[in-house]
Design a protein around this ligand. Structure first.
Ligand SMILES: [Zn+2]
Length: 700
């Protein structure tokens, strides 16, 4: 036993000496300001061995604005910089850049060889040929500088203390990468300069295909495409960096951020919402730690172990202080607004951290304390409601139906916030943060008025009023912003047709379905075009069609083109679309409406309530004429049989008649489908609640 303890003590001692003996402070010795030498984008620690050395200050955007990382790898060392311009000829002589360069080469050259090699054979932007000022500065300080103009091999690195790679865009072979890894492992020094946004802008494959990232990941370095700018600390419009190790290390690592969250919470567990409201310094630290966790999840690939660390950290914190962090308590939006936003931020980061599986979603729901419709909406649609636990049952029931009624493949909504319930955005020492809740996928904010208190006519006077409550006109509007940004923008045909429709309609407001909006609005704000049609389409699709036909009869064809675009969007390639109806108290339903298509697969007919609408389309896809005919029973209303009088937690079976060539999408509220989704019979276990619904959609 004694021997084992001794071994453990020695091991710990070695680990600590490894961390403390690297003299990272030598990298920043004598520095007060480093100039980026261009427009850099943030470097991100890719694993826990990377130590942030240089960063922006408190108001540098975007957080965390790390400009330099360093790490120890085997017996060797590595440094990464976020723009190769920092050491280019005209920039290296500015501010402390020369001193910074000499610090780096001295720190990397542990064996004191005074031998530097510069790689030039892979399209390196800063290379042996053009880094003339850097070379002369190194030579004046006793270094010999050699060129590696071709392949990087072990032989080429023999005797070299530092290898510099200045933003290479060419391919480094596996053999070259291995030569570099072995060289550093055995005590060599590696300096890498890169620029994430520029690679992404001019090359395919994204950040993971960036040659600098492919090498840098081994050493804990990851160049992102998030730009760094600073409104106050800048020269020639480019950021000046004044944040240095060791301050950077506690701010810009997952371990550091996690310690900050735990320390502040542990010391103030009894009154954290009040402390975070009144103590600006603590609040800023707490906000920054949460922002770093968010950025870790947003910046790093899904399988990166640091994302697991974020997940584990937040899960432990929430489970340790459930009364503070779980869903359930509504805090005061006037004097606890900072904590309200921070709690919702933590929930989002935790839910975004790992790739979702059904088991993980259950675990997340349990940690966050999601119950009732919060749990159903999360479990069924992967959507969190950031509402300070304040939406009422009617509001949540409506949202559940809305999310059920929109095909999940049309959007990637992950968070719907209700800022009216949350008070003002959180305020750090450097200012308020309005986009605090935005994560790595779809976020929208909607209105939270009590249903029935804010009726609004969604239609122009051409048709009778279509009155709906703002709660249930705003939510589909916002959801369709995500449909637009995610689905339409990702589909070339839909995207081009949308652009064409806005161009055809021009500035005249009467050429739009939402003609109550002033002329010129949609050409100025094209991002509102789709969301705005949803205001009418989701309140009363039939009335929207009537409006389009009335305008067409009066010589304006654009509203009808817009209607057919939306009907086609919600058909999503199938032979039926969805007609929605919402009344003034947000009672919401939809029916399936059969549609027909022409030889070019363009939607040119639909049949609603025993009327068949047939549209003549020209080569562009615009309507030139239409006819209506009576048809028989063309609206598909599937019949469902099953027990409708149930006790809580009872299991029951529901069936709809078998149809040829049909799949079945079942939607259940207040219960869970145990089996049969996709078939014509399902088994449902009902929740412990007042009542639920069963709907089925037939997919031909
Ligand atoms: Zn909008």
């Amino acid at each position: 036993m004694k021997l084992t303890r001794l071994q453990i003590a020695l091991l710990l001692c070695l680990i600590f000496s490894n961390a403390w003996g690297q003299n990272y402070q030598n990298l920043v010795s004598g520095l007060s300001t480093v100039w980026g030498g261009g427009y850099p984008s943030t470097l991100f620690p890719y694993n826990s061995s990377a130590v942030p050395i240089v960063s922006g200050n408190i108001n540098t955007a975007s957080y965390p604005s790390v400009f330099c990382l360093a790490s120890v790898y085997g017996s060797g060392r590595a440094v990464a910089l976020a723009h190769e311009g920092v050491f280019s000829n005209s920039e290296i002589t500015q501010f402390n850049n020369v001193a910074f360069a000499l610090n780096i080469f001295d720190w990397l050259d542990q064996p004191n060889t005074n031998q530097v090699a510069i790689a030039s054979g892979h399209g390196e932007w800063l290379n042996f040929g053009n880094a003339t000022t850097l070379k002369s500065q190194l030579q004046v300080n006793g270094y010999a500088v050699a060129n590696i103009s071709g392949t990087i091999t072990a032989a080429a690195l023999v005797g070299k203390g530092v290898l510099m790679i200045g933003n290479g865009w060419g391919t480094y072979s596996e053999a070259e990468k291995n030569a570099i890894f072995t060289y550093v492992q055995n005590g060599g020094g590696l300096l890498m300069l890169g620029l994430g946004w520029s690679w992404v802008a001019y090359n395919s494959g994204g950040l993971s295909a960036y040659p600098m990232n492919q090498i840098g990941q081994q050493f804990g370095f990851y160049w992102t495409d998030t730009g760094i700018s600073d409104p106050t600390n800048q020269y020639n419009g480019q950021p000046l960096f004044t944040g240095f190790y060791p301050n950077t290390a506690s701010l810009y690592t997952v371990a550091g951020a996690c310690a900050t969250l735990n320390n502040i919470t542990g010391a103030n567990a009894a009154n954290l919402p009040t402390v975070l409201q009144t103590n600006t310094a603590l609040r800023t630290d707490f906000i920054n730690a949460n922002l770093f966790m968010k950025e870790t999840v947003k910046s790093l690939p899904a399988n990166n172990p640091l994302r697991q660390e974020v997940f584990s950290c937040l899960e432990t914190l929430i489970n340790t202080y459930p009364a503070l962090f779980r869903k359930g308590i509504a805090y005061n939006p006037t004097n606890q607004n900072n904590f309200i936003w921070i709690r919702e931020r933590m929930h989002r980061t935790y839910a975004d951290a790992l790739s979702l599986t059904p088991a993980l979603k259950t675990q997340i729901a349990s940690t966050l304390g999601l119950t009732g419709q919060y749990k159903h909406i999360w479990t069924n649609f992967s959507v969190l409601l950031a509402d300070n636990s304040s939406l009422d049952a009617n509001q949540k029931d409506y949202l559940m139906l809305l999310f059920s009624a929109v095909q999940p493949e049309l959007h990637n909504l992950r968070l719907m916030s209700f800022a009216d319930e949350m008070g003002s955005p959180p305020v750090a020492s450097y200012g308020a943060i309005p986009s605090f809740l935005v994560g790595n996928e779809g976020s929208v904010n909607s209105f939270s008025n009590t249903i029935g208190t804010y009726p609004e006519n969604q239609f122009p006077p051409d048709v009778p009023p279509g009155i709906s409550d703002v709660f249930c006109s705003a939510a589909p509007h916002e959801l369709n912003h995500i449909v637009d940004a995610f689905f339409i923008e990702g589909n070339t045909a839909l995207k081009n047709r949308k652009t064409q429709l806005i161009a055809q309609a021009g500035t005249d407001n009467l050429n739009y379905l939402r003609s109550m909006i002033p002329s010129g609005f949609f050409t100025e704000n094209p991002q509102e075009f789709i969301a705005s049609i949803a205001n009418q389409y989701f309140i009363d699709t039939k009335k929207t069609l009537d409006l389009a036909l009335i305008r067409f009869n009066n010589g304006r064809s654009e509203p009808l083109n817009q209607f057919l675009y939306f009907a086609n969007l919600y058909a999503n390639g199938l032979n039926h679309t969805r007609f929605y109806n919402t009344n003034a108290t947000c009672v919401f339903s939809f029916t399936q409406v059969p549609v027909g298509r022409d030889a070019n697969n363009r939607l040119n007919s639909l049949c609603y309530n025993n009327v068949n609408y047939q549209f003549t389309l020209n080569a562009t896809g615009n309507v030139t004429a239409y006819t209506t005919n009576t048809c028989s029973a063309c609206t598909t209303t599937p019949v469902i049989t099953g027990n409708s009088q149930l006790c809580n937690n009872q299991i029951s079976t529901y069936t709809t008649p078998l149809q040829p060539n049909t799949a079945y999408q079942w939607i259940v509220t207040e219960g869970i489908i145990l089996s049969g989704q996709g078939t014509n019979t399902i088994t449902v276990q009902w929740y412990d609640s007042a009542g639920g619904t069963v709907q089925v959609i037939l997919l031909n």
